[in-house]
Design a protein around this ligand. Structure first.
Ligand code: GLU
Ligand code: ZN
Length: 294
């Protein structure tokens, strides 16, 4: 199977330095192997979407010189596929009407970190009542080898509990959509931020149930701001701007352990990308977070 990678941002905010790292690393990993690189907008959670974010993400990626293969896939166009997958998983799922408050109380009572206790597993919930759909998970260690972070294992029952595949408001969960689309798009290599590392076992389990191949995974360390906080849309990481692309990309390459020459060395984005594709080595990406210089 030929190498296919992807970048899959959620349009909940503008592109920031953390997402630039994921885009850059996944792009270089694919291009340095003569692989394909696809762009997918994970735009399922319309209520959390920020207006114009999809267009702005696409525009910024273009301005930075990223070139994706084929058309952009929008998850909002793929609802039938998620519904089909949910149908296939039917014997492994059940409906759940727990309120957020109830879940929090259960978690507190059990001194756990929002691990679902299976409260609705044996409840008969009328079809007309809005309900989330949860997947029953096994008590069994799921293991995989991460190309950057090494071996990782997780017991789904202990770490997350039966997790949601479709919310009560009808929105399909990230876990289901990402697995269906990675398989459908033939993704063989996933490179993304380490904030998603502990989601991977859920995705491996779904792939197993749906009869999909497991992709290879590489999780890149999270960028931090000057206070040591992870850069995310939640912590209001500043958006990256198109006018500063060479400097930002050199900065990203530095962070990714690639020892790039200084920004002045590159007169054009093209020469920067040529250099980066030629010199890219995934095994140089550091395991530990080191703060890039501002
Ligand atoms: N859409 C997810 C995010 O922006 C990333 C999905 C993935 O790479 O698996 O956090
Ligand atoms: Zn419930």
């Amino acid at each position: 199977m030929s190498h296919t990678g992807r970048f899959a941002p959620s349009p909940t905010g503008l592109l920031h330095f953390g997402s630039l790292l994921a885009a850059t690393a996944s792009y270089l990993e694919a291009r340095s192997q003569q692989g394909r690189w696809l762009l997918r907008l994970e735009d399922l959670d319309k209520p959390r979407e920020s207006k114009g974010a999809s267009a702005s993400i696409i525009q910024t990626l273009k301005a930075y010189g990223f070139e994706w293969d084929g058309d952009i896939l929008f998850q909002s166009q793929r609802l039938t596929a998620y519904q089909d997958a949910l149908h296939q998983l039917k014997t492994h799922t059940y409906r759940c009407t727990c309120s957020r408050k109830q879940l929090q109380e259960d978690a507190q009572a059990n001194n756990t970190n929002l691990i679902y206790t299976g409260r609705c597993l044996t409840q008969a919930i009328p079809e007309h009542q809005p309900a989330a759909i949860r997947l029953k998970v096994p008590s069994q260690k799921l293991k995989f080898h991460d190309a950057i972070l090494g071996d990782y294992e997780q017991d789904l029952q202990q770490a997350v509990g039966d997790f949601v595949l479709r919310r009560a408001d009808g929105i399909f969960a990230y876990q289901l959509a990402v697995v269906v689309d990675d398989a459908w798009q033939g993704i063989t290599h996933i490179v993304r931020g380490a904030d998603l590392l502990n989601n991977t076992p859920r995705q491996l389990y779904l792939q197993q149930l749906l009869g999909f191949n497991h992709p290879h995974y590489a999780h890149i360390p999270m960028a931090t701001n000057a206070n040591g906080q992870k850069l995310s849309k939640q912590s209001y990481a500043p958006a990256i701007t198109p006018d500063d692309s060479i400097r930002q990309l050199v900065h990203a390459l530095q962070f990714l352990g690639q020892n790039p020459p200084p920004p002045e060395y590159f007169s054009h984005l093209n020469t920067l990308w040529d250099w980066a594709i030629q010199h890219w080595q995934l095994n140089r990406v550091p395991k530990l977070i080191s703060r890039p210089s501002p």
